[in-house]
Ligand binder design. Structure first.
Ligand SMILES: Cc1cc2nc3c(=O)[nH]c(=O)nc-3n(C[C@H](O)[C@H](O)[C@H](O)COP(=O)(O)OP(=O)(O)OC[C@H]3O[C@@H](n4cnc5c(N)ncnc54)[C@H](O)[C@@H]3O)c2cc1C
Length: 435
């Protein structure tokens, strides 16, 4: 089996992984792998925007909005870190060429559900693509970073609670051992475990299953966010999100009789429950969303991609109401990490949606996740640099452990994806039952 060596291994090329890579000094070698193509990550799908602390006067209200949405189960320290880091992160994004919407030359801010003030920066309705493509361009220019596409992490190689690297499978179906001084899991969410989700189907929570098998602590694994408004369709596959900022800007929800039945900017979990209740009462698999009230100018300027996509499905949102239904969207729980994104295993970090640093509590506030992914991605990189020390593990030792792992994986490789899926779903259910 081929073995590759690196200083820092980053599993996942979404916003969190890319931002971590950008903060590793160039005298260290970084290897990034991704299960899909490099642009196939949820970070590219983010529509609404990214939060930023506008000024000191907004601090208390940003904190309170985040805690309230999270049912006060958030780690306050993590929320503080995220809010305090936001202006620096946004400056950095703009230095990488990210183009946020402006009004009269100044940054323009929008509002989404549960935000008491407009504090969300956006780029049309494709903020994630704008941010992540600029980060990707910056990473691709770095001489010390190599990216391997279509390479899937199958298992971790560890000894005595220290991560030494991973076993992966290449696009050609060959096994690849990657020995690393430090490893960062940036593997995103778990939407691929569900029939209806806004996520890419290849995001199946592999890192969670692997972490569980190796005794790495998880946290709040049953905290799963359902997005209240995705475009209803009978077709299989990823559900198209109708961003919350549509409702933040004034779009209305109607029942089968065309009557409003809920405050459209309620927290996502509360609104989802109201929509499901209404669907039950109406005996319909959807409720209606009316964007026409926003007017053609706002729709075409702020939401051009939602407009286009709905048109493809046969709805002109400047004239028609659209059917919407809740779908799995975000994962608040994950691999437990500390304020520096460090897991309970030595030399192993976790960032972005696969991690749980406590920012989101029981329910994520809209547009906090890109920010959280970037802030804590950077913190993982900084922590690695701060604690940098070679493990001095021999290639022979790694090779022996790798072979042992390969034997175990080979025995179940055909069913491995399904086994991991069942293990994660089983753990989510166990956690739910325990409450
Ligand atoms: C439709 C949609 C709209 C959204 N809108 C917003 C928004 O407006 N604002 C906001 O803040 N957030 C939004 N979010 C959430 C946000 O996009 C994500 O939480 C965030 O981008 C997660 O980034 P990440 O780096 O953790 O993961 P991702 O960007 O999902 O990247 C995960 C990476 O891990 C790789 N990977 C997974 N498993 C393996 C494996 N076994 N081996 C190798 N590689 C693997 C994947 O290939 C991918 O490269 C939205 C999400 C969706 C789906």
């Amino acid at each position: 089996m081929k073995i590759q060596n690196t200083d820092v291994l980053i599993v996942g090329t979404g916003a969190s992984g890319l931002f971590a890579a950008l903060h590793i000094p160039q005298d260290l070698r970084v290897l990034m792998i991704t299960k899909g193509q490099v642009r196939e990550s949820d970070s590219f799908l983010a529509q609404g925007g990214i939060c930023m602390l506008r000024d000191e006067d907004d601090y208390e209200s940003f904190m309170e909005d985040t805690l309230k949405a999270g049912h006060y189960e958030n780690r306050r320290e993590s929320v503080d870190i995220m809010i305090r880091s936001s202006q620096g992160v946004i400056r950095e994004l703009m230095d990488y060429g990210v183009d946020f919407a402006r009004k009269d030359g100044k940054l323009d801010f929008t509002r989404e559900g549960c935000h008491s003030k407009p504090r969300i920066l956006f780029h049309e309705d494709i903020t994630g693509e704008e941010i992540t493509s600029k980060l990707l361009q910056a990473v691709q220019k770095l001489p010390n970073v190599e990216i391997l596409e279509q390479v899937t992490m199958l298992d971790m190689i560890e000894k005595e609670n220290t991560c030494l690297g991973i076993l992966a499978r290449t696009e050609e179906g060959e096994h690849l051992g990657i020995q690393a001084e430090y490893t960062i899991f940036a593997t995103g969410g778990i939407g691929g475990l569900y029939q209806h989700s806004t996520n890419y189907p290849h995001l199946t929570g592999d890192a969670l299953a692997i972490a569980m098998r190796h005794g790495v602590e998880l946290e709040h694994i049953d905290y799963i966010q359902i997005h209240p408004t995705t475009l209803y369709s009978k077709k299989p596959g990823r559900r198209f999100l109708i961003s919350e900022s549509v409702r933040g800007e004034g779009a209305k929800l109607y029942n089968a009789k065309g009557e409003r039945f809920a405050n459209e900017v309620l927290p996502r979990d509360v609104l989802t429950a109201k929509i499901r209740e209404q669907m039950e009462k109406d005996g319909k698999p959807f409720v209606w969303l009316d964007m026409t009230v926003l007017g053609e100018k706002v729709i075409l300027n702020h939401f051009p991609h939602i407009y286009e996509r709905c048109l493809e499905e046969g709805y002109d949102v400047t004239k028609d109401w659209i059917p919407v239904v809740p779908a799995q969207h975000y994962f608040m729980g994950g691999i437990h990490v500390d304020r520096d994104s460090k897991t309970t295993m030595d030399r192993l970090y976790a960032v972005g949606e696969t991690s749980c640093n406590g920012v989101h509590g029981a329910n994520r506030l809209a547009s906090n996740s890109l920010l959280e992914s970037l802030v804590f991605g950077e913190r993982a990189a900084s922590s690695i640099v701060e604690h940098w020390e070679r493990a001095n593990r021999s290639a022979e030792e790694f090779s022996k452990l790798l072979q042992k792992t390969e034997v175990c994986v080979c025995r179940q490789e055909k069913d491995l994806a399904d086994t991991y899926k069942q293990e994660v779903l089983g753990e989510i259910e166990r956690e739910r039952q325990a409450k």
